[in-house]
Design a protein around this ligand. Structure first.
Ligand code: GLP
Length: 241
């Protein structure tokens, strides 16, 4: 596992360099996208490069890591709307090439299985972008999630709902209780993974990751089972490494 420690704009540029190089050699690469605040500077950098004509997503595809269950389709915090607003509608992805788990069906388990099938049929995720929760969660895989877990419906932990209340006017009760998330096994199937971690609250999960731990109570440490992971951290997140 490699660690790159720098200020957030530099981190965004070096991850964008990798994605640009990937798309240069594989125009139809499949990206794994994350929501949350950590990737926002990266998305801005990719938009800047795409608008300057330096890169194109017109042949690429993307799969989002997770989605809330129970929010109306036009809710601004639905992850399909978040990723559209923050990134995908600002570049030249073609219609239908950005996939998000579908929570609007009666049979959620079938929806999860279909998402897994879609990822497999696409040829798999070439480059997965990940944030990390303060409790070490990745996507919405809370502590205790099994390493072979696949896309499924999970209940959000109290900690994650408190953390995410900032996107719901600080009203924890407004944060959905349920979501669909790619599993840890799904995430580990990606060819290359990057973790973006910024701020003091990410220091403990990064410390455990850097120590080489593999502990189901700290989901991010499952990445120690993968050979091609780079962690991009600012100095606050990296302070215990
Ligand atoms: C949410 C998302 C995760 C994300 C995490 C960290 O729980 N489901 O995918 O990694 O938050 O978010 P942030 O980057 O805002 O710290």
């Amino acid at each position: 596992m490699r660690f790159v420690i720098a200020d957030p704009p530099t981190l965004a540029k070096s991850i964008a360099d990798r994605i640009q190089a990937l798309l240069d050699r594989k125009r139809d690469a499949i990206l794994g996208l994350a929501t949350g605040s950590s990737p926002l500077a990266l998305y801005d950098e990719l938009v800047r490069r795409a608008n300057a004509g330096a890169m194109s997503f017109s042949s690429a595809g993307a799969f989002l890591l997770d989605e809330y269950v129970g929010l109306p389709a036009d809710h601004p915090q639905r992850y399909c709307n978040v990723i559209d607003r923050e990134f995908t509608s600002r570049v030249d992805f073609t219609s239908g090439s950005v996939r998000v788990p579908n929570p609007d069906v009666h049979d959620l388990q079938a929806s999860c299985a279909e998402y897994e099938t879609d990822i497999t049929r696409s040829g798999g995720i070439d480059f997965q972008i990940l944030g990390v929760g303060t409790d070490g969660h990745i996507a919405f895989n809370a502590p205790g999630s099994l390493h072979d877990s696949r896309t499924r419906v999970v209940r959000l932990s109290d900690q994650t709902r408190r953390d995410n209340a900032r996107f719901f006017d600080d009203d924890v009760a407004a944060v959905p209780e349920w979501c669909i998330t790619q599993g840890i096994g799904t995430i580990l199937d990606a060819t290359e993974l990057v973790v973006i971690a910024e701020g003091n609250s990410k220091a403990e999960p990064l410390r455990r990751l850097a120590r080489g731990e593999v502990d189901v109570d700290w989901p991010v440490t499952a990445l120690n089972l993968h050979g091609t992971v780079t962690v991009f951290a600012d100095s606050d997140a990296a302070r215990l490494i």
